[in-house]
Design a protein. Sequence first.
Length: 433
Amino acid sequence: MSTDAVAILGFVSLFVLMLLRVPVGMAMGLVGVTGYSYIVGVGPALKLVGQTSMRTVTDYTFGVIPMFMLMGALVSVSGVSRELFKAANSMIGHLRGGLGVATVLACGGFAAICGSSVATAATFSSVAYPEMRRFGYPQSFSTGVIAAGGTLGAMLPPSTVLAVYAILTQQDIGKLFMAGIIPGLLAMLMYVITIMIIVKVRPDWLPGGELKPWSERLVDLKNVWAPLVLFLFVIGGLYGGFFTPTEAGGVGASGAFILGLARGKFTKSNLREALLQATRTSAAVFTVLIGALLFGYFLTITQSPQKLTEFLTGMGVGRYGVLAMIMVMYLVLGCLMDAMAMIILTVPIIFPVILVLGFDPIWFGIIIVMTVELGLIHPPVGMNVFVIKSVVKDVSFTTIFKGVIPFVVTDIIRLIILIAFPVITLWLPTRMG
């Protein structure tokens, strides 16, 4: 059998295994090792499994993943999400649509520490949704704004998805984190503008909340100083070149622990929960990473990336035409798997194409992560929508998708802006110390 036939059979087998609900990391590892064994031999393939697994879990650079996972877990169990929402709600919740804006701002703040879209969407489904419903906000809007706000988790640093992209493509993790800041803030701003437009078009649809006295507002604002200081310290250290990304993760996790302890937010049970959550999530990410690396070796010996590059660049549609096809592929994959799996599965194949086309790897990372996140909320299937549905039992999928549509349109406009003006993404990374 030719290497081309083996490669095609490998991809078909991989998707069949995923459809059979085999975990993505296991499926990629199994296909990669089997294909490598067929071409090179069983002995070298088994040796590759041991070497790849050991090298991945002991690599210093990969330590950034469990460190930021632990930081996010510690912050999550210490009640920061509720405090962020309460502070934002105190300041602007009394305005029409104010609870929606407060949800976006709180999602952004929480995402900047947590780094996970799914975790952000799940958390605010229990924190913000009941409050919006209490003041008469429609179900569609309430769930739609939470689904959209959740996507900020993969864009604002420290983002686990961006870290994994950097590792796979051998890019600077710190520069990728910096590149995500302005697009992430732009996303928040455009979501807020979208809510304001909805209020303008349908003024009676989104009511105002409770007007709180300034004394109460200031107390609520004081409660968010700790996560703000932690975020600025970690990101400032990265930007200034004082920390490597792995060191920043360690500092962030230590800072989250110390702040939670000092504020009396930890109990034995929630501390144990945070440690278990970080361990489980890190183990899952490393399993997928090892599987992806094994699959990558299989792709290398079949020369699939090179052949795909030749095919796409020879189509005559231009560099932006190829980019558009890649983005459409990610939107489709967004219906089938989560952001991490999509990035790990596809980047080793797509990245050589991007280099040949002359796109900046840092810029492309942000564009693709943003496209992947759009895939998590767009109809007919969106992972974030399923997460919200699992938390909010009394709402239908149709209702959630109806509320998401304005934010999907906003995301598409934002993607067009960032593609047209790469300087928006690359301005901060080019000025790092």
